[in-house]
Write a new protein. Structure first.
Ligand code: SF4
Lengths: 218, 472
């Protein structure tokens, strides 16, 4: 997990509710095996339309994105936050987020910031004017400052702590190895059928994709 | 202290808490981890970089489904493009390197991960199941806690067999009475999403209950739980009953003999206690549910098959008006028109929502001696190799092919535009899948979600039809 402490930059408004992850990153761009380079195809269908906000200065440099309810609904693809991050967006402000997307943001050092609809609408109106579109956020103090004002915001203690410290979550969990082991022992005693007993490889033949694709048969 | 009455979700949760991490965040043990080719490459890369192993290979199963071609495989497999192939190859390299069980593409058990998990008996009541795919909620039909995760979490589960989780809120959706003749689980779930909206269950785990839910077969229950994510839910689940136990008696990897008896005794306890508190409750009258079809680009944009497409100019809320107008523009539809009679170009029967044998039977049953309407491309894509084999043994493949449907190999196919099966810009599709987002089935494609019987009826008529009228 990357760390997040504070951020200053331009905010772009996307005044739409239920922006789904297919819209953020279309399915046909999911074929990558790395995390990088997806900023180019962020919001690809919207960017085909002339005048899309993220293609206009100063918002082509946006660090904040402001949207309406249920941002990031749909698929679990972490490619959506990767694309946002690759573009430069590090903080998303909305009245509500879809659950998996919210978690995926945190894992990538993106701050998903929940504010009331009224506040979000005010910020959107500021973001639409280049003269007032700059904002800053300080996660430690939980303050978002914008043209003519500031507001505090809520975030869970766990999420805040992890973002600030950029913890390696796997490494932290591995410190619980003894508890995991004892859970498995209790499971084996009480619900042994849940123990995973699949074996690799699968009993039947493998498919050599490369060879088959070259036209040879199995 | 005696525990008070608990919900089904709470019971499964309590049985899987490994440790408290911080505040209300816990380490939750994961019993089954399904891995696909799309959301795993970066997770394996993360393990490699950190020099980590997979903690429980025997609890993990990998299969490729999103990218695979559904063309005939008798002479080997092809892919639409080199990137699709590269992703499947990466999965094959990773499962070899990390020693993971894998269902190869040539195996007759290959298929969509959410179809083969239950078929194989990997999906068990009271277990926790995750997959880097939001429709993991499907497995909740067996009384499991099953939810989709992102790639970072895939890596976390591979390395630790746990996830850091905060408790979800519990929501009860009770469906009373009986569904009408010809009304399916797909119609019910579209009706529910239309009622509560795509954010209606955000932060909640839904438990579906009530007479109409008990009356559903396992396929219908999986359809219902599958689409709970479309209402924003973290997971959907149904308390296990005899139908679940009967299914598991024949599933190859489910417990057998004395272990099965012990499991059954435990599974019987998996229901919400009398008096358990839910944070949210929705009561639906099944007799109010009609055959449903979506008209817009969100699963909540849904009407009855005999309904009228909403007219934006009649809406008072300006943002709603813009949203509806935008959707209609994308969909090429006129507000105020009847949805039935809208001509279609493609009919797609398949996906993890409706790619099971029961769905294919339902679709085949409306065909009779009719043929696919001229100019319509109609395709049937079984959800797995086993579904395909079963359908062929029942002669369903002949019924479909004789009527002019394509009979294809298992995979996600036209549910999403990742493989060669895609809509062309502007094409309109009657689809049994679960998402009608812009471009979901291919850039510029227009999706109408509905039940398998309705898609088959649309393929024959060449337009969207109300199945109750069509049958007469
Ligand atoms: S069938 Fe569709 S929804 Fe299901 S796993 Fe495949 S792509 Fe996802």
């Amino acid at each position: 997990m990357k760390s997040f402490t504070r951020l200053h930059g331009i905010a772009a408004a996307l005044p739409t509710a239920n922006i789904d992850t297919d819209k953020i990153l279309a399915g046909r761009f999911l074929k990558t095996v790395t995390r990088e380079g997806l900023g180019r195809v962020l919001f690809s269908s919207l960017r085909e339309q002339p005048g899309f906000v993220l293609d206009q200065a100063p918002w082509n440099e946006a660090r904040f994105l402001i949207a309406l309810d249920n941002f990031g609904c749909g698929s679990s693809r972490e490619h959506a936050p990767w694309a946002l991050l690759d573009f430069g967006i590090q903080c998303i402000i909305a009245p509500s987020f879809a659950d998996i997307f919210y978690t995926n943001c945190l894992k990538n050092g993106i701050l998903p910031l929940k504010l009331s609809l009224l506040q979000v609408e005010h910020l959107m109106s500021l973001a639409e004017d280049p003269r007032t579109a700059s904002m800053s956020v300080d996660l430690r103090d939980q303050i978002l400052s914008y043209h003519g004002g500031e507001t505090s915001f809520d975030i869970g203690a766990q999420e805040k702590n992890d973002l600030l410290n950029g913890v390696d979550e796997v490494a932290r969990t591995l410190t619980f190895a003894a508890s995991i082991r004892s859970h498995e022992m209790i499971r084996d005693a009480q619900r042994p059928w849940l123990a995973g007993t699949l074996r690799a490889p699968w009993e039947t033949k493998w498919y050599n994709v490369t060879r088959e694709d070259a036209g040879e048969s199995r | 202290m005696l525990p008070g009455p608990r919900t089904l979700f709470q019971k499964i949760w309590d049985d899987h808490v490994v440790a408290r991490v911080n505040g209300d965040a816990v380490l939750l043990y994961i019993d089954r981890h399904l891995v696909n080719e799309v959301t795993s490459p970066q997770a394996f890369e993360g393990l490699r970089t950190a020099g980590r192993k997979v903690r429980a290979p025997g609890a993990t199963l990998a299969v490729a489904d999103h990218n695979v071609s559904t063309d005939d495989r008798s002479n080997g497999i092809t892919f639409g493009d080199p990137e699709s192939r590269a992703q499947v190859e990466a999965l094959e390299r990773n499962v070899r390197a990390f020693g993971l069980p894998y269902v190869p593409l040539a195996d007759r058990q290959q298929g969509i991960v959410h179809i083969i998990g239950p078929e194989l008996g990997l999906t068990l009541p009271g277990g926790t199941i995750v997959c880097g795919d939001s429709h993991t909620s499907t497995h909740g039909a067996f009384g499991a806690l099953a939810f989709g995760i992102g790639t970072s979490e895939v890596e976390h589960v591979l390395a630790t067999q746990t996830l850091v989780q905060r408790p979800a809120r519990a929501m009860l959706i009770r469906v009373d009475n009986e569904l009408g003749q010809g009304v399916t689980a797909k119609d019910l779930v579209l009706h529910i999403i239309g009622t509560i909206g795509t954010g209606g269950a955000t932060g909640h785990v839904i438990e579906f209950a009530g007479d109409a839910v008990s009356a559903l077969d396992m396929a219908g229950r999986m359809t219902l739980c599958n689409m709970s994510i479309e209402a924003g839910a973290r997971a959907g689940m149904i308390a296990p009953d005899q139908k679940v136990f009967d299914w598991l008696k024949t599933a190859p990897l489910a417990p057998k003999g004395g272990e099965l008896d012990a499991a059954l005794a435990y599974w019987q306890t998996l229901r919400s206690d009398e008096g358990a508190l839910f944070d949210k409750v929705l009561i639906v009258d099944a007799s109010d549910v009609s055959p449903m079809v979506t008209w817009g680009t969100s699963p909540e944009a849904v009407i009855t098959a005999d309904g009228i497409i909403p007219d934006p100019s009649a809406l008072s809320d300006p943002s709603k008006r813009t949203e509806v107008a935008h959707m209609l523009n994308y969909m090429g539809l006129q507000g105020g028109d009847r949805i039935s009679g809208t001509p279609i170009d493609v009919a797609f029967i398949g996906s993890c929502t409706n790619g099971r044998i029961e769905d294919l039977r339902a679709a085949a049953s409306v065909i009779g001696d009719r043929r696919v309407a001229p100019g319509v491309r109609a395709m049937v894509v079984p959800g797995s190799g086993l579904v395909k084999a079963q359908a062929e043994s029942e002669g369903l493949d002949r019924i479909f092919m004789d009527a002019g449907f394509e009979w294809r190999e298992a995979g996600c196919s036209m549910c999403l535009g990742m493989n060669a099966d895609r809509l062309l810009p502007g094409q309109r599709c009657a689809s049994t899948s679960n998402r009608n987002f812009e471009g979901r089935q291919g850039p510029g494609g227009r999706t109408h979600l509905m039940s398998p019987a309705m898609v088959a009826a649309a393929a024959l008529a060449g337009c969207i039809v109300d199945p109750r009228v069509a049958r007469q």
